[in-house]
Design a protein around this ligand. Structure first.
Ligand code: 6PG
Length: 266
């Protein structure tokens, strides 16, 4: 899928318009994120009969996925009308301990009544990376509503934050940060020595809601850099998340927020 070139792009709202919710610990931050996801899914299903979400990888979301798989959220979320995608995936098979799919499958998807055909794993291990990325983009085009400018629109995207301020698999200095036409890209990440597949900034920024879940003192510097440091999205990739029309909320624990001067406004 390519963006219909030539159309003027509205300047996204400043990052200062993002909402910040600071909770004492990861458990409470996960509960808050779970509540937001449940509300967004109810809104989407009421509006168009289904809800499309993109899951984050790494370790932090495990606490959220456990919440979503437990009562009361397990019963509140209309799993049979939810469609699950991933924001990014490592170039490993689905049974590999590093797989984002495997983590979500174990912590959440095997514990809720979501039909298998509504779970769309990112095939980042495929050798034909470009074709695999295009096939995933075709899935987005098939199952997500399209914005007026043609980009697929998620109802909610869950993201994490790396200590280097990367999000999804958008790493500092990576050419993919400047991708303006493809919604999904697969590429070799030099400093990791592995391939990744990732949603790109335009499709992330067309989501109705972006929820960052960040926890731990080791993220304090990165979180400050994103929210209060100089604007430099090439060096601080998560600054590139500026929804065109949707909302972005940072749900963080006190340890991750320890460097911030601004307080909660969520
Ligand atoms: C991945 C993730 C990545 C993650 C951050 C934070 O595949 O690693 O998608 O973007 O969200 O690296 O990871 P932790 O939550 O494990 O610190």
């Amino acid at each position: 899928m390519t963006h219909r070139g030539g159309e003027a792009r509205r300047e996204p709202p400043p990052v200062e318009s993002s909402r910040l919710v600071v909770l004492p610990d990861l458990a409470q931050a996960a509960a808050s994120a779970g509540e937001r996801l449940a509300r967004r899914c109810a809104l989407a299903v009421a509006g168009r009969g289904e809800c499309a979400i993109a899951l984050a990888g790494g370790d932090t979301p495990r606490a959220l996925y456990a919440r979503l798989a437990s009562e009361p959220l397990r019963s509140r979320i209309p799993w049979r009308q939810v469609r699950v995608f991933w924001g990014d995936e490592r170039g490993v098979p689905p049974q590999d301990p590093r797989s984002n799919f495997r983590m979500a499958q174990e912590a959440l998807l095997s514990r809720v009544p979501i039909p298998d055909h509504r779970i769309h794993r990112m095939p980042a291990e495929r050798a034909d990376a470009e074709a695999a990325a295009e096939a995933y983009a075709a899935l987005l085009r098939e199952h997500l509503p399209a914005a007026a400018d043609g980009w697929p629109q998620f109802d909610l995207v869950l993201l994490g934050l790396g200590e280097d301020a990367h999000t999804a698999s958008l790493f500092p200095g990576a050419p993919v940060l400047r991708e303006a036409r493809r919604p999904v890209v697969a590429y070799q990440v030099p400093h990791l020595g592995m391939s990744r597949m990732t949603l790109t900034l335009p499709v992330l920024n067309h989501a109705a809601e972006v929820v960052f879940l960040v926890a731990g003192a080791q993220k304090a510097q990165a979180l400050w850099a994103v929210l209060e440091g100089p604007r430099d999205p090439d060096r601080v990739p998560a600054q590139g998340i500026r929804p065109v029309a949707g909302t972005v909320v940072w749900i963080v624990d006190a340890a991750a927020a320890s460097r911030l001067t601004r307080s909660s406004n969520g």
